[in-house]
Design a protein around this ligand. Structure first.
Ligand SMILES: *Cc1c(COP(=O)(O)O)cnc(C)c1O
Length: 451
């Protein structure tokens, strides 16, 4: 499979390059040249299939040309060691719980898949998926304000041939988040920068451009726009459809998939699934007060703005990166006009935007009526379904994080004491280890050169 850039000014890339580079030379996002529809026989069998086997079928459409199929199967099975169950919250509304991975967030799926795919490419030239020592080390640099760092660190934990440096702003991430990437050890190094998130990001970006550093070590990013991180997110949507079809039969004919969105990677993966024939009738993109996409749906104009801080902070995005992928997908790579594209998008996707007040109100109402504990991100999805679901439709919203990850907020809003899952408690008992770093590129470079 070849990958082209959404800006159309860069050469086509193969999968290896798209994964290692992340972003194309023209700063565009990589798109697969073909999106193959899965055969009818697959959809007929799907309700009887296991999550891992469904995912392998989906993965082979995208990665089957480039990755040995046995290795790809290993890779998918290794990524999906945890379940993403569909849980009934109330009549016709289901929660797709994406928080059963190591860091209790859906980003665990893409991070693990990307780690294993990078490892596969490293080992190529040796002997396949159980090959010998890798022929070089890859160093992943990631700047985090909290969530991405933990998912990437845990996804790459123990993956041979890859070392991860997580840069985070000292005193600016929550203790629960911090322990998820500072207590791991092995091939994960936490770098505690004396600065804010933007300083961490600047150190990482400067490192990627530094010639001496790049001669000394192979550097790559694990950014969420990477094709290896976003495409695997399609797996759990197919599985959700399968589980509903299994449970409800024909009543699952009109599934509405509702995705709480920030950078729009997660919903973009769902839309790729739809293009492969996934039986979903329509989609809802649920937003917090950051309403750029919502406004695009209403007006046809895309006007990025600075992000606003909200309760659902993993969705505080004012210029979603994957918007470019959605436009490219529905404009047939620029063949359709902006108006035609907008029309196609609005016929499939509707929007919603909620203030912090409405998020709180929704969490309280859902808890009182059903006993289900929503986190602030999932609350946007739940509410959008409550408001927009039509008779005969079955709604599924992604619960994108475990409520314990936002324990202080959730406890306060609901007046309860959310139980901390054992996985998270184990992180909190671990010993914190980090490298103190001044907010200075020369110091960071010197440190990396010594590794
Ligand atoms: C990353 C994240 C989101 C937003 O996902 P996008 O792919 O950026 O749209 C929503 N909720 C949680 C909890 C997240 O961590």
């Amino acid at each position: 499979m070849k990958y082209y850039s959404t800006n159309h000014q860069a050469p086509m890339a193969d999968l290896h390059k798209a994964v290692v580079k992340g972003l194309a030379e023209d700063r565009g996002l990589y798109m697969p040249e073909e999106i193959y529809r899965l055969p009818k026989a697959f959809f007929d069998d799907m309700p009887k299939m296991r999550f891992q086997d469904i995912a392998y079928n989906v993965a082979s459409q995208f990665f089957g040309d480039d990755v040995d199929l046995d290795c790809l199967q290993d890779l998918v099975y290794d990524t999906l060691k945890f379940d993403c169950p569909v849980v009934k919250v109330k009549e016709n509304i289901y929660s797709l719980e994406l928080f059963h991975g190591p860091t209790l967030a859906f980003k665990d799926v893409g991070a693990r898949f990307m780690a294993r795919l990078l490892q596969y490419f490293l080992r190529q030239g040796s002997v396949g998926c159980d090959g010998n020592a890798p022929n070089g080390m890859v160093n992943v640099l990631v700047a985090t304000s909290g969530d991405t760092g933990s998912a990437v660190a845990n996804g790459f934990l123990g993956v041979e041939g890859i070392h991860v440096y997580v840069l985070y702003p000292k005193g600016k991430v929550s203790p629960i988040q911090e322990c998820q990437f500072t207590t791991l050890g092995q091939n994960i190094t936490a770098v505690e920068v004396d600065g804010v998130f933007d300083d961490c990001q600047r150190l990482v970006k400067t490192a990627f451009m530094d010639e001496e550093l790049n001669r000394h070590m192979m550097l790559t990013s694990a950014n969420s726009i990477n094709v290896a991180r976003f495409l695997p997110q399609a797996f759990y949507y197919f599985n959700a459809c399968a589980r509903l079809m299994q449970e409800m039969g024909d009543a699952a004919n009109e599934i509405v998939m509702c995705v709480p969105s920030g950078n729009f990677g997660n919903i973009c993966a769902a839309l790729f699934g739809h293009a492969m024939g996934m039986p979903v009738k329509r989609f809802i993109a649920a937003n917090n007060a950051n309403d750029v996409f919502y406004n695009y749906l209403q007006t046809g104009r895309y006007e990025p703005k600075p992000s606003k801080q909200t309760l659902a902070n993993a969705m505080d995005v004012g210029d979603p990166s994957n918007f470019a992928r959605i436009i490219d997908l529905y404009s047939e790579s620029g063949k359709l006009t902006a108006e035609e594209t907008h029309q196609r998008i609005t016929s499939l996707i509707s929007g919603a935007t909620y203030s912090d007040e409405k998020i709180k109100e929704t969490m309280r109402k859902c808890y009182a009526e059903t006993g289900y504990i929503l986190d602030p991100h999932g609350a946007c999805g739940y509410r959008a379904l409550e408001e927009q679901l039509q008779p005969g439709e079955v709604g599924v919203f992604c619960e994108t994080a475990h409520p314990a990850k936002f324990k202080e907020k959730v406890d306060e809003i609901l007046g309860i004491d959310v139980e901390i899952p054992e996985r998270l408690a184990a992180f909190m008992r671990g010993e914190k280890q980090s490298v103190a770093m001044p907010n200075d590129f020369e110091a960071f470079k010197k440190y990396l050169l010594e590794q």
